[in-house]
Each structure stands twice: as structure tokens, then as C-alpha cells.
Design a protein around this ligand. Structure first.
Ligand code: NAP
Length: 344
């Protein structure tokens, strides 16, 4: 059983901890965070051993038992998932390397923090020979899933993507905008294009991004010049076969990202999470050799299956197909709505 240490217990870390708990071949060695906030209390109540990311006395004065420091947690772990805020993971690299502990970083880090950047369906094998990897950001993961699925069958000559980004996660109080629409960044292309090349080096992609006052999801408007002739129905069948892509049928009330999130909640998923890329079937169009669609990406959860697969790639013995299948089955990834009308 792989002992997984999780450093950072926020939006991503708490979800990865729960996902690891549901894997038959993994266990959570413990979780580390800096401050004795409510999330630290949650970690203890969920049965995770708590390690101090900062000074242990802060936890003791809050009457929270800590099992040690984050260095102790690294010692207890076969692999570490670092889910700290952007830039903090890089500060932890020496800690992991000093004990030769394989490490998985998140998409907020620069690409050179790890040997590879990881999206399970696109480049699982690259993770197998690495001592460290970076799970791509939520937007890059969503794009890499879609483009690698298309590329594997019909080919992708190039792609242009407009990314409408949520301004903040629910519960985040210091980000915005609250009443504006921001080109973000103004300089084009946005950094997502370069990030995507770290996963799909042969796919030519241009990206433009903006931030809006929303917390629910990201929305992508995708245009792909296909490498060979394909019809809408053949692409629909191709995407329907990929469990990490869900097709939202027309006439089912999926008028926006809010109703997609509501579906996750109504299905009783943990935290209402939607791990799949959600592609509106009615948006799918092919003309002049270009495929177009809208897809929604739940930023808080899309990278969770990828983190589980990254753990297996680095220190497990499963190949990519076996790992993805196990992760999908244990988490419940896969929303087959293609021939149904689901009231939303
Ligand atoms: N949120 C998203 O939508 C999203 C999606 C994909 C990827 N990512 C990436 O995932 C990473 C984490 O993002 P997040 O949104 O999960 O962040 P977050 O919600 O702010 O959580 C960060 C966690 O790291 C802990 N932490 C901070 N400094 C630490 C330290 N020195 N030692 C140990 N723990 C420390 C924090 O604990 P304290 O509260 O105690 O400080 C908190 O538990 C970033 O690289 C981000 O870019 C985020």
C-alpha cells in the first residue's frame, strides 16, 4: 500500500486526501498545513494524522494534536502530494529531494519545478520514469484531455481556445473581480498555451483568457482544426467513450455552469464535485475542417483523478489504462448522460 503524504490541505489537498482514502492501493500517511484553522479540525475529525506545516505550538494552543512537522510527514511517506499555494511547492522541493521522496506538485507552480507535467490520458508514461511531476492546472488538464482524445483518433492540426476563468473559488475572499471582465492576461497568447505544450508538445495551440465574477467553473470556447475528416456524430461517439469527458445533452436544462454544478450536488457526489470535462452536445459543430464546442471545467475537482493517477505513475505498478480505470471506478468518475434527458 502506497503511503501518501499531503502537504497543503486546502481546495485541492482536502479533495486529494479523500480520493486517496478511497483507493485500495493507497493510504494517507498524514496531511500538513500551516495554521490551526477549521480545515485542521476537519482533518483531525476525518481521521487524518495532522502535521504542522509551520510552528507546532500554533496547533497545540488550538488544542489540536499534531503528529510532527512536515519533515516528519515526508519521512513517513512513499510519495508526497504538494498542494500548497502557487510558489510554495517550489520552496518545499529541497525537503523532498533531501530524502529522495517522489513528489507531485500542482499547476500553480512553474513548469520547471518537476521533471514532467502530467495529465493522465495524455502522457501517463512520462510520469513513470520521473522522480517528480507537476499535475497540470485545471484549465490545462481540461484542454489536454479534450485535445489528446481528439488527437488520438482524428488528429489535431492546431487549436484556438478562449478561456473564461472563474474569478475565485467559493470561500476565497481576496480575489476577484466582483464587477468587471478582465482580459487576464492582456498580453496574448495567455500562458495556458505554453503550459499545454508541456503536456502535448506537438499540438499547436493559441489561448486567450479572461476573468469574470463567478466561482462555479471555467468555460472554454474551443476551435480545433482537425487533422482528418470527421463528422459531429463521430466526434460525439469518440468523446462519449472517454469517461473523463461528459456530454451534456440538449433540452436537459444545462443552461450554464451553475446547473452543471447543481447536477454534481444532486447526484450526491462529495462536495458536489464534477471531475469530468463537461461538453455541451448542442455546441458541437464541424465546418470547414474545424470542430467547435463549449466545455465547462470544475476547477476545484478536475485535477483530483489526475493526482491519484500521478501517484501510481510515480510509485505504483499500474500502467496508464489500468490506473485510470481504477481511479474512475473508485471515485465514480463518468457521467453517461448522452442518450438521456436529465432534469437539471
Ligand atoms: N483551486 C483551484 O481551482 C486549483 C485548481 C487546480 C490547481 N490548483 C493549484 O493547486 C495548488 C493549491 O491550490 P489550492 O487552491 O488548493 O490552495 P488553497 O486552497 O489556498 O490551499 C493551500 C493549502 O496549503 C497550505 N499551506 C500554505 N503554506 C504552507 C506551508 N508552507 N506548509 C504546509 N502547508 C501550507 C494552506 O494551509 P494554511 O491555511 O494553514 O496556510 C492550505 O491548506 C496551487 O498550485 C494551485 O494553483 C488550484
Amino acid at each position: 500500500v502506497i503511503r501518501v503524504g499531503i502537504v497543503g490541505f486546502g481546495t485541492i489537498g482536502k479533495r486529494v486526501a479523500d480520493a486517496v482514502t478511497s483507493q485500495p492501493d493507497m493510504t494517507v500517511a498524514g496531511v500538513a498545513k500551516r495554521r490551526p484553522t477549521g480545515a485542521a479540525e476537519v482533518a483531525v475529525r476525518r481521521g487524518f494524522s495532522l502535521y504542522a506545516g509551520g510552528a507546532p505550538p500554533a496547533f497545540e494552543s488550538a488544542d489540536l494534536d499534531v503528529a510532527g512537522t512536515k519533515a516528519d510527514l515526508v519521512d513517513e511517506s512513499d510519495v508526497v502530494v504538494d498542494a500548497t499555494p502557487a510558489g510554495v511547492g517550489a520552496e518545499h522541493r529541497d525537503l523532498y529531494e533531501a530524502t529522495d521522496t517522489p513528489a507531485i506538485y500542482q499547476g500553480g507552480e512553474d513548469g520547471d519545478v518537476a521533471e514532467t507535467t502530467f495529465v493522465a490520458g495524455a502522457n501517463y508514461e512520462a510520469g513513470r520514469s520521473a522522480a517528480s511531476t507537476r499535475v497540470a492546472s485545471c484549465n490545462t488538464t481540461g484542454l489536454a484531455r479534450l485535445l489528446s482524445t481528439l488527437d488520438s483518433s482524428v488528429g489535431v492540426a492546431d487549436a484556438t481556445v478562449t478561456i473564461v476563468r472563474r474569478g475565485a473559488d467559493p470561500g476565497t475572499v481576496d480575489r476577484g473581480p466582483i464587477d468587471d471582465i478582465l482580459p487576464d492576461p492582456v498580453g496574448l497568447p495567455s500562458h495556458h498555451a505554453g503550459d499545454l505544450r508541456t503536456v502535448l508538445p506537438d499540438v499547436e495551440v493559441a489561448t486567450m483568457a479572461m476573468k469574470v465574477p463567478a466561482t462555479v467553473m471555467h468555460l472554454h470556447a474551443v476551435e480545433v482544426t482537425l487533422g482528418s475528416r470527421a463528422s459531429v456524430s463521430s466526434i460525439r461517439d469518440l468523446l462519449a467513450d472517454e469517461p473523463r469527458i461528459a456530454l451534456l445533452p440538449g433540452g436537459a436544462g444545462f443552461d450554464g455552469c451553475g446547473s452543471v454544478r447543481e447536477l454534481g450536488r444532486d447526484l450526491g457526489r462529495p462536495r458536489g464535485d464534477v471531475w469530468e470535462n463537461c461538453v455541451w452536445t448542442d455546441s458541437m459543430d464541424v465546418s470547414g475542417g474545424v470542430f467547435r464546442c463549449f466545455q465547462a471545467i470544475h476547477q476545484e475537482s478536475i485535477v483530483v483523478p489526475e493526482n491519484v493517477d500521478a501517484i501510481r505513475a510515480l510509485v505504483g505498478d499500474a500502467d496508464g489504462a489500468a490506473s485510470r480505470e481504477r481511479t474512475n471506478r473508485t471515485l465514480g468518475v463518468g457521467l453517461d448522460l448522452s442518450d438521456k434527458r436529465v432534469p437539471a
